[in-house]
Design a protein around this ligand. Structure first.
Ligand SMILES: [Zn+2]
Length: 514
């Protein structure tokens, strides 16, 4: 089974911000999870490079749009490598291969009689690259996202017959799993119920774009072009590029992860374009929320933009991943708070998980000759085994349903239960009486076994920390055995060696100003 997951193709106006890092980390976790579950994953990310806004940004810098895009797309590519993102494809919409796919796609849509020449009049936000629905006082109205005045446009454009697909789109958006979360779905259903209007797919005043064949001065509207990046990415590395290759290579996408602001393009325009081209529509569009900082919207004018590079350098990859995945319910807005960040990392990762592993492996090494004790199986009821079984079941259910925060919390709960178990049983007291030795062996075995499962469950969430846990337990993860099988209780090998423990994560210091 091929599983295709996409981040948005990020706009190369600026370097990646925290919101882009968030979406990409979420997709990375899911991609890693699906690979572990045995699926053939195509994880797509990339950059959306065309359009008026980029053209203007490059002009302001006094360079060609192409040079600007080369520079920023390199920044994105390197950035994802620094964040240890396991993407399979990185698509640039200014690439020749992509242009082939756009042209082929356009021919298909044209063959469906869905393209015509018309006049586009209206108020346009260059930041959004989108016409706004006739806001009142349009000349003074500012786009709420960009805080910039709209521009009046009146030009001959090619149009796509979106209105023709009203019924089909209504059907698709009402399917239970197509749009998530539910609040977003209702917004889209409302929008579509007002009646779909044809939209223009070409521009005449934008030179930085893919030329429309047969129409001088027309380039494709940036969204018409960019959405196709999800398709062209699939065969981006093929020597002979074609739409057919991408379709056969894994299309449709299983899920598009996007910010809620671009849901309309993905859940309405995009499926209609695909149906017109006789292609399958994506299986799911997931619109996640926005990130604020200390309760406030981040913005350049407010001077409170949190630079993700700074977070990465200062705290490392896994702490940031843990906070973003565990503390934000996917689909809702999230808030980044410095103090809360430090507290969560110290409590969850350093104290609850890190200490558990270190103190248990130290006890085991001390009492049992640097080894895992024998699994004595003398307790009739194994509480910890039950906790682990429940945690694994819930974790898988939640991951499968993209409830990553709940999946992360299952791992944490298991760690908390394991700590409780250790404290309730107090093996450090029991060991004083030689008769208790079998019982102590059983307790320590159980705790180590539980940490083994915690380590395995953390692989998709925290790739670096989980590797350290694995090494600490004697490199017990076996790549040749399906990961899900390894989640069964009791697989830690009795009497295997335990390496000398080193802290798997250091406690973070809170500083007032990051
Ligand atoms: Zn805007």
């Amino acid at each position: 089974m091929t599983f295709v997951i996409t981040t948005p193709l990020y706009y190369v106006n600026d370097k990646p911000h925290l919101g882009s890092v968030y979406t990409t980390i979420i997709c990375d976790s899911i991609a890693r999870y699906k690979r572990l579950a045995g699926e053939d994953v195509i994880f797509i990310t990339g950059v959306d490079e065309h359009g008026l806004k980029i053209q203007r940004t490059a002009n302001e810098k006094g360079i060609e749009p192409k040079s600007h895009c080369d520079e920023i797309s390199e920044v994105f590519n390197n950035n994802w490598k620094n964040w240890n993102i396991s993407f399979d494809k990185f698509i640039r919409t200014s690439s020749k291969n992509h242009e082939f796919v756009v042209n082929e796609f356009y021919e298909r849509v044209k063959a469906s009689d869905d393209i015509y020449m018309g006049v586009q009049k209206g108020w346009y936000c260059v930041g959004c690259e989108e016409f706004k629905d006739n806001p009142e006082n349009s000349s003074t109205y500012k786009c709420p996202i960009h805080q910039k005045n709209l521009e009046w446009k009146n030009e001959e454009n090619l149009f796509f017959r979106l209105s023709k697909y009203q019924k089909e789109i209504e059907k698709i958006i009402n399917e239970p799993s197509f749009i998530e979360p539910i609040e977003r779905k209702n917004e889209i259903i409302n929008f579509v119920s007002r009646g779909l209007k044809d939209f223009s797919i070409s521009r005449t005043n934008v030179s930085w774009g893919i030329p429309v064949p047969g129409y001088d001065n027309h380039t494709f509207y940036v969204w018409f072009d960019a959405l196709l990046g999800y398709v062209s990415a699939i065969s981006a590395d093929a020597t002979e590029h074609s739409l057919e290759k991408s379709i056969n290579g894994g299309w449709p996408a299983d899920v598009h992860f996007i910010g809620k602001d671009i849901l309309r393009f993905h859940a309405v325009y995009w499926p209609a374009m695909l149906i017109s081209a006789n292609m399958k529509v994506p299986k799911k569009v997931f619109g996640h929320g926005f990130l604020t900082r200390e309760g406030q919207k981040m913005g350049k004018s407010l001077g409170n933009v949190l630079d993700p590079d700074l977070l990465l350098t200062k705290y490392g990859n896994d702490p940031v991943r843990w906070y973003l995945i565990k503390d934000i319910s996917l689909g809702n807005d999230g808030d980044f708070q410095d103090k809360r960040f430090v507290d969560i990392i110290n409590n969850d990762l350093a104290n609850t998980i890190g200490n558990l592993l270190n103190r248990t492996s130290s006890m085991s090494r001390k009492w049992f000759d640097n080894k895992v004790p024998n699994n004595e199986k003398i307790l009739s009821e194994n509480k910890l085994e039950n906790s682990a079984k429940i945690a694994v079941e819930n974790y898988i259910y939640n991951f499968d349903n993209y409830k990553l925060d709940l999946a992360a919390n299952e791992v944490l709960s298991l760690a908390i239960n394991t700590n409780l178990y250790l404290n309730d049983n107090q093996p450090w007291l029991l060991i004083k009486d030689k008769d208790n030795l079998p019982l102590v062996k059983q307790i320590i075995y159980n705790v180590l076994e539980s940490t083994r499962i915690i380590g395995l469950l953390l692989i998709p969430l925290l790739p670096e920390l989980s590797t350290k846990i694995n090494e600490q337990l004697g490199s017990i993860y076996r790549e040749e055995i399906p990961w899900k099988q390894q989640l069964s209780w009791g697989l830690l090998v009795s009497n295997s060696s335990l390496p000398k423990p080193t802290p798997i994560i250091n406690k973070l210091e809170y500083e007032q100003h990051l």
